[in-house]
Design a protein around this ligand. Structure first.
Ligand SMILES: NC(=O)c1ccc[n+]([C@@H]2O[C@H](COP(=O)([O-])OP(=O)(O)OC[C@H]3O[C@@H](n4cnc5c(N)ncnc54)[C@H](O)[C@@H]3O)[C@@H](O)[C@H]2O)c1
Length: 294
């Protein structure tokens, strides 16, 4: 999407961190922005701050774990701005822990927000984008944790690998409809994600058996504060939307880490090429590519 001026962006998790930064970056390009967030009061405050910067902004309370809530957010955005051209499926939370000790409620919560929230955002908005015929673009927020999987972050990484995988497939499916799909994969960005457990609803996911230790929280806050400025990532997203990039990286220093992972994957192929079991297959069967090539 080359021309952003006058178009409308809907941003989940828009009241804080990367979502708010994308809103500001899109707003500076002349877009209308709708902050969709479970924290309505914070979203309202941030809208005032954006308006003070001459950005046309509004807010709507949305819980991305509910398809109905996302749909209501879409209707509110159409009512406020007419059409939606860009959707940032960005709301996300963190969860992880020692193998066997991650509460089931945490698995459910992180999957509902980070994975199913993206599915709902895509499925609700794609038909709206298609119907106005002016083209559209999705930016789905994954993470470097969608390319590498540090021990102890499995629930989070599982959802972020999923967001990368889904975005790759959807990009092909939606291109013929004039809709682009990008996947944002940042490293550490200075946001409030370290305090995300405040939005874990006990009625849906069970009581939080991991009450937040204020000292540990402060340590995480300090660590996150060392991340890059989210606004720079927002500006990178603007560039990528204009160029219709699939992968949006903001931390190029991770290139070697991702390369090393793929080298380990390739080593797995090399090992299998020498497998006596596989070498009993006829040669042409071994070269079949049933999943196709990208
Ligand atoms: N900060 C980082 O270092 C980093 C790195 C890679 C990826 N990410 C991803 O960036 C995205 C944004 O996170 P952030 O770092 O800006 O964190 P953040 O906590 O500052 O912002 C997240 C926002 O999402 C909202 N939210 C939480 N649950 C929600 C729900 N169910 N429905 C709607 N909104 C909800 C929160 O209220 C908050 O405003 C997430 O998907 C996160 O996984 C962050």
């Amino acid at each position: 999407m080359k021309d952003l001026r006058g178009k409308t962006a809907f941003i989940t998790g828009g009241a804080s961190g990367l979502g708010l930064a994308m809103a500001e970056a899109f707003g500076h390009e002349g877009m209308n922005v709708m902050l969709a967030d479970i924290e309505a009061d914070v979203a309202r405050e941030k809208v005032e701050a954006l308006r003070a910067k001459q950005i046309r902004a509004d807010w709507v309370k949305v819980d991305v774990t509910s398809r109905d809530s996302v749909r209501a957010g879409a209707l509110a955005t159409v009512a406020a701005f007419g059409k939606v051209h860009l959707v940032a499926n960005n709301a996300g939370v963190g969860a992880g822990g020692v193998f066997g000790e991650v509460p089931e409620g945490d698995w459910d919560w992180v999957i509902d927000v980070n994975l199913k929230g993206v599915v709902y955002g895509m499925e609700v908005f794609a038909p709206l984008m298609q119907s106005h015929g002016e083209g559209g673009h999705f930016v789905n927020t994954a993470s470097m944790a969608g390319h590498i999987s540090p021990a102890g972050m499995e629930p989070y990484c599982a959802t972020k690998f999923a967001v990368v995988a889904m975005s790759e497939g959807w990009r092909e499916q939606l291109a013929p409809r004039g809709i682009g799909v990008s996947v944002l994969c940042p490293g550490v960005v200075s946001t409030n994600i370290y305090a995300g457990r405040r939005n874990r609803p006990a009625d849906a996911y069970g009581p939080d058996g991991r009450p937040v230790d204020p000292a540990a929280l402060e340590q995480q806050r300090e660590w996150m504060a060392g991340g890059i400025d989210p606004l720079i990532v927002g500006q990178r997203v603007v560039e990528a939307v204009r160029d219709d990039d699939l992968y949006i990286f903001s931390h190029v220093e991770y290139e070697s880490v991702v390369r090393e992972r793929y080298e380990r994957v390739m080593a797995g192929f090399e090992k299998s090429k020498a497998s006596p079991a596989l070498n009993t297959l006829p040669g042409d069967r071994r070269l079949d590519v049933p999943l196709g090539r990208r």
